[in-house]
Design a protein around this ligand. Structure first.
Ligand code: ATP
Ligand code: MG
Length: 420
């Protein structure tokens, strides 16, 4: 127990972290180009926020939350997703009083008590964005375009964008009624979870992962056929906007975000190459969320993108993430005076912007060379008493084993020049 990370969590070890840095930098860069600013909100919030902001008929709130009482008997929950906390901050800081829209992005850990498997963890990470304040379908296009550009930039091409509309509180009740009628005589065959959903939120049955339920909903009435005029026009506009943006998509009436305050646009980016957990990014519009959280009525649209799934997908697609460069220069020293000179050089190299290292383990020369090799050092310089006496040292280019004798005082200058 003591030396094993909790089930469903993963350590991110230093030799793998470059992959995260790679996608993080690209995501931040794209967000900047689209005019999104980063927001950082707490890792935990009042449980009530998620019950309201995610919805108490969802899997997340019903059975996946990491909830605990703090010492003052408050119910606290570790973030299972990013939208609710962002919306809470938008209200708390009265951002709604500024010029709209508000465009924010984040990178967060999420916590959900799930059955761990490939692409499904109990602690995972998301990139997310939210646009608050814009009801125009241009905002939905921008949100989808950002995800599309990001996935393209990291070279994932085998994902499919699927879009749908989940309607609004005006048209959804009519669909809900039709769906319940369709499922009425199949009720007994539904899984236990879906039996519960039948009254509370039947649309989520369409999204059930159980094969039996999936079979039962074949031919069920779909929301797309029940959209009111406003939602129908919005969906047409979204499709037109995506076409104008040259972003390919397919309409998938099965995509569901079955909460009362999720409205209109729902979308997913799905891949077939990482098995069952193929949805790398999911998002949509939630025009009633801010109001549900007791803020002024404010529309919103956004997405969450699973970073672990993204990396799995990149791996499955055979995409090589560039490994960071090794050490620029390793300084091997022998003897007290040489050590003193080595320390001074080390400082000089780093001040000049180089990645420079010395051995910290008192190895002999041979050991230091071996270590320099391990660090993938580009150059190694050897300083011993002879070198100090002559004022000359040899720099070795590790890849070619070429050696050059240079003035010890000119060393930094020479290396910086070669690096430039
Ligand atoms: P799924 O249907 O796979 O359970 P979801 O609908 O619960 O996904 P969202 O809440 O929309 O997922 O979260 C957005 C993204 O976060 C998902 O598309 C996925 O990439 C990622 N994600 C969700 N749950 C997990 C998890 N347990 N482990 C790893 N990534 C996850
Ligand atoms: Mg889920």
């Amino acid at each position: 127990m003591l030396t094993k990370a909790p089930k469903g969590t993963k350590d991110l070890m230093p030799d793998q972290i470059y992959k995260w840095h790679f996608v993080e930098a690209i995501f931040a860069d794209i967000c900047k180009k689209y005019g999104f600013k980063e927001i950082r909100t707490p890792i935990f919030e009042h449980t009530e926020l998620f019950a309201r902001g995610v919805g108490d008929t969802t899997d997340i709130v019903e059975k996946q939350m990491y909830t605990f009482k703090d010492y003052a008997d408050r119910s606290i929950t570790l973030k299972p997703e990013g939208t609710a906390g962002t919306a809470r901050a938008f209200i708390e800081h009265k951002i709604f009083a500024d010029v709209q829209p508000t465009k924010m992005y984040y990178q967060i850990p999420c916590f959900r008590y799930e059955k761990p498997q490939s692409g499904r963890l109990r602690e995972f990470h998301q990139f997310g964005i939210e646009v608050f304040g814009a009801s125009n379908m241009l905002a939905d296009m921008e949100v989808i375009a950002l995800a599309h550009d990001f996935l393209t930039k990291v070279n994932i091409i085998d994902v499919e964008l699927r879009i749908n509309s989940v309607g609004c509180p005006k048209c959804r009740p009519i669909h809900r009624k039709a769906l319940k009628e369709f499922l009425a005589d199949k009720y007994d065959q539904l899984c236990d979870t879906c039996k519960g959903r039948y009254e509370k939120n039947p649309m989520r049955i369409l999204d059930c992962k159980s094969p039996i339920c999936q079979e039962l909903v074949v031919g069920a009435p779909m929301m797309l056929d029940y959209l009111c005029e406003e939602c129908d026009d919005a969906f047409t506009e979204l499709k037109d906007n995506l076409t104008s943006a040259s972003i390919p998509f397919t309409v998938d009436p099965g995509i569901v975000r079955g909460l009362d305050y999720y409205t209109k646009t729902a979308f997913e980016f799905v891949s077939n190459s990482i098995g069952a957990q193929g949805t790398v990014c999911g998002g949509g519009r939630y025009d009633n969320l801010i109001e549900e959280l007791e803020g002024p009525p404010t529309p919103g649209v956004g997405f969450g993108l699973g970073i672990e799934r993204l990396l799995l997908l990149m791996e499955a697609s055979g995409l090589e993430i560039p490994k960071p460069a090794g050490v620029d220069i390793f300084i091997a020293v022998m003897g007290e005076q040489a050590k003193a000179k080595g320390i001074a050089l080390l400082r000089e190299f780093r001040a000049a912007g180089l990645h420079a290292e010395m051995d910290l383990m008192s190895r002999n020369f041979k050991g230091q060379f071996k270590y320099a090799d391990r660090l993938d050092s580009k150059y190694t310089v050897v300083i011993g008493d002879d070198e100090l006496a002559s004022g000359k040292v040899s720099i070795k280019e590790m890849s070619t084993s070429n050696q050059e004798l240079v003035d010890i005082d000119k060393l930094a200058e020479i290396i910086v020049k070669q690096e430039a």
